[in-house]
Design a protein around this ligand. Structure first.
Ligand code: HAM
Length: 423
């Protein structure tokens, strides 16, 4: 029997993992410089949490959750990170201790989708949630932070799509207005949109079907239903982005697929690389009613999540260089033991070291050091062990010198450090 990975749940082999780590490092460095601290919540939560927060009629909850029951518990492998973060924020009474909390997370999420390029069943998100600040300046700063980070990551052709849904009340009034407008036109809508009209009419707005788009064109505009506070938030957000000089496109059809959003919505898309249809790198928005709806105080929130697989598709496919290291080649049993001890001391001195203890010929060990890209190869045979020395070959300079075993760890760690990691 042949075992294969589950389609849409990919392995990341060591040769590729460097790109992931570099991306994760850039994300952590960026968000920590804005005051975010990491939170780790479980991968499994109660199914009810997702139904309650994301909404019963959203695509994710209706069709894409990996849910199961075990001993009377209804559980779901998380399809996203916001619900768990808000649950933890409420459960641990964080709002009572701090007026503003900035949290970030990184990790696998699971959705039962039909796999395609940039759309997986196990994918990875890096996201932030900011609790306790209802103002538009926070929204603008988050969006600008993301544009800056994508620039440093080398993602080209980036556009910020921006919209506002207004408050929960405005959204509810709009839902009624849209339903009243679309219902008489229902038989001209696509089948998907007809279904959405019944449960989640806002989703009709972001239909890609030509026929739907023509009808949606004449639909009432959400921004016309804004109350004064909605309008102030929206103009405040645009003004703050203008002050930062961060370009954006106002996209009134942007609704996003989750029920918890209020006011600000944004997505960042890219024309770069191999993204194809899955060109949304990240999405986010405000969810001012969610903390309360999960049993917490009246704390506002805003956040985003970006798909790491999609960012990797949109960035240059080059593995980041690794720090220089030493390869220890040994000949004979005694030399192998001396090599073990020397390698340990080298690592304690801060060097990266790989020991070859397979017992092959010196020639084959040197070839291996070369193919691994080692900076130095340290050779130990019985003669060296007797004299308590080691031969140090510089593989780039093709030079060789002898160091005592006592002096070697520090001297070699210093030499490797002096080379630095190639940029
Ligand atoms: P979302 O739009 O469902 O939002 O997902 C955010 C990002 O995750 C997407 O833009 C995409 O890059 C990535 N993503 C989603 N599904 C897949 C998939 N099947 N395969 C690969 N990548 C995928 C959320 O999840 C919200 N929790 C974001 C948020 C945080 N809103 C407020 N706070």
């Amino acid at each position: 029997m042949e075992f294969k990975h589950v389609p849409g749940m990919d392995d990341v082999l060591p040769a590729d993992v460097g790109r992931w780590q570099a991306l994760e490092r850039e994300f952590r460095t960026t968000v920590e410089s804005y005051g975010y601290a990491e939170v780790r919540t479980p991968v499994i939560e109660s199914t009810h949490l997702f139904v309650r927060s994301m909404g019963e009629t959203t695509d994710v909850v209706e069709k894409e959750m990996y849910s199961f029951s075990r001993s009377d518990e209804e559980l779901t492998v998380r399809p996203e990170g916001t619900a768990g973060a808000v649950r933890a924020y409420v459960e641990h009474h964080v709002a009572a201790r701090e007026p503003v909390s900035r949290w970030y997370y990184l990790g696998p999420m699971f959705r039962a989708e039909r796999p395609q390029r940039g759309r997986l069943r196990q994918f990875h998100q890096a996201g932030c949630e900011l609790f306790g600040d209802a103002g538009p300046t926070a929204d603008a700063e988050m969006i600008d932070m993301l544009v800056g980070m994508l620039g440093r990551l080398g993602v080209a052709g980036v556009t910020v799509h921006l919209n506002s849904l207004g408050s929960g009340d405005t959204r509810a009034r709009y839902r009624d207005a849209l339903t009243a407008y679309l219902t008489p036109l229902a038989d001209r809508l696509s089948e998907t949109s007809r279904r959405r009209l019944a449960h989640n009419p806002l989703r009709v707005l972001d239909s890609k079907e030509e026929a739907d788009r023509a009808l949606v064109h004449g639909a009432p505009k959400l921004h016309d239903l804004f109350d004064d506070a909605d309008r102030a938030h929206w103009t405040g957000l645009c003004a703050a982005l203008d002050a930062l000089g961060t370009p954006y496109v106002v996209d009134p059809t942007l609704v996003r697929g989750l029920d918890y959003y209020t006011r600000t919505l944004f997505e960042i898309r890219s024309t770069a690389g191999d993204l194809g249809a899955q060109n949304t790198l990240l999405g986010g928005g405000r969810y001012d009613g969610m903390v309360r709806s999960l049993g917490g105080p009246d704390a506002p929130g805003i956040g985003f999540a970006m798909g790491l697989e999609r960012i990797l598709l949109a960035t240059p496919d080059s593995a980041p260089p690794r720090a220089p290291f030493a390869f220890v080649a040994t000949l004979g049993e005694r030399a192998r033991h001396a090599g073990l001890v020397l390698s340990r001391s080298l690592r304690a001195a801060g060097a990266r070291v790989e020991l070859d203890a397979r017992g092959t010929s010196l020639k084959s060990q040197l070839r291996r050091a070369d193919s691994l890209g080692a900076a130095l190869c340290l050779v130990l045979g019985d003669g060296e062990v007797d004299r308590r020395v080691v031969q140090v070959k510089d593989l780039a300079a093709h030079s060789q010198e002898e160091l005592t075993l006592d002096a070697a760890p520090l001297a070699i760690a210093e030499r490797l450090a002096a080379r630095g990691t190639p940029q």
